[in-house]
Design a protein around this ligand. Sequence first.
Ligand code: NAX
Ligand code: K
Length: 501
Amino acid sequence: MSPSLHQTISILDVPALRMIEQDAERDGVDLMALAALSIADRVSARYPSSSCVWIAAGVGNNGGDALFAAQILHQRGFHVQCMVMQPPVSRRTQAALAECETLNIPIVRDVALLHDLSQLKPAPNLIIDGLLGIGINRAPSDELAGLIAFLNQMNTPILALDVPSGLNAETGEALGEVIRATDTLTFIAQKSGLWMADGADCAGQVLLADLNVNKDAYQSTAGALNLEHDAARIKLKRPRNSHKGRFGSVAVVGGHVGMLGAALLAGRAALAAGAGKVWLNVLDERLAVDVFAPELMIRLANANLGDAHALAIGMGLGQDEAAQLALSHALGYHKASVLDADALNLIAHSPLSETYKTTLRTRTLPAVLTPHPTEAARLLKSSTLDVQANRVAAARRIAREFASVVVLKGAGTVIAHPNGAFKINTTGGSALAVAGQGDVLSGAIAALLGMDIAPFDAACLAVYMHGLAGDAYEAQANGSIGLSASATVPRISSVLNQWLL
Ligand SMILES: NC(=O)C1=CN([C@@H]2O[C@H](COP(=O)(O)OP(=O)(O)OC[C@H]3O[C@@H](n4cnc5c(N)ncnc54)[C@H](O)[C@@H]3O)[C@@H](O)[C@H]2O)[C@@H](O)CC1
Ligand SMILES: [K+]
């Protein structure tokens, strides 16, 4: 999707959407009519009125949106074919169906007839999915699942209404068979499930029809999409009259025997993201120089860290006693810090675990923790499945419990602030799902922290830029395979420079 830049696009949860629905009803605002008009306008803008549109409607108000849109499209001359497998339970949807009947819009009511329908000519140019919206509360029944599977295999663009049917709007979890949409036209506000977990693959291009609802009074979840960031841009702009001392310095603490690569990647990424100076404080004493990045200054893990503005701790750190001492040493400096990998594992489970937690909780400047789902599960003493089942809730809980900014990586990276605010990232894809990308991201976050960008902003911006680097690769390579973490490093500089133009 390409939401307009430099504005906050808020995410609402289902209770907030329900409140809006009730308030609109009380005030006599017909949101369903507005939704139907926005659907019809979207279709009219993309397809000539000679097009054939199949419209699948469910028993709830999602089906009502679809059936009222069917009427408008029919009146505009589109060749409309509705599918209503079960009698509507929603009063408005019942009324919409009755009006479709009055207008003699063809309606298929028996799933067994679908096979015949697939033989119909003309074939559809577009399928509109109004089967299930935010009211889904169980996996689609066999009959519904059959219809969803049938529509998915039609090889026809699908416009999902509000949410692809079968998807949990908040968690992004597919509850069973789920519509794989080309586009999703979502109403009133963004939903987190459209951007994460299965939603990242099922929602397609996400478009927002806000139905003119003023959402200020309903921001219960304090969530938003992670887009570009004007405040950080000001900090990153470089006057001609500059010197390296103005751009902050970073120390990477990690790189135990056999795991030096992680520290090297983080260090190189910090340089690529604009850090003025970067040290590698490593546990493997044998590393004298990075011949591919000789500007990295190498010293031992327990060396003085007082000269660094920001620390990246944990990349290839290991978990032995030396690693624990290095973590204690680094945390003792109370610098702006990003903690990843083994630093997180040691915080979750080690003899010094409670000490580390207390240090994090008593910091004046929150640290940034960057767990992947399994590391998040260790921090929460739960399971990876539980974390993935509600990524926003997991990220917010870690942020609260550890008084830290949290970057929960994965499809739909969640950035959570200890005060409950969160963002869901809108860039990046499977190109970044390879070894070493976490080290690159941590290095980039540390570079921004070193420039005195606030932890939550630094995390949001680095995640966004890292995702853009992945997207640029996918566009260039026509696919997501083959981007190494090392090759991502120079792309971080490219996207930052382009963004600062
Ligand atoms: N919230 C709002 O203010 C607005 C909502 N609108 C639409 O209304 C939708 C929400 O309407 P509803 O609350 O009626 O919810 P849905 O249209 O999602 O449907 C809920 C109904 O489906 C049933 N159901 C749930 N899971 C099922 C399953 N797996 N298989 C079969 N049936 C299942 C439920 O028992 C309930 O009867 C939104 O997604 C949106 O499309 C729009 O009209 C615009 C305004
Ligand atoms: K839907």
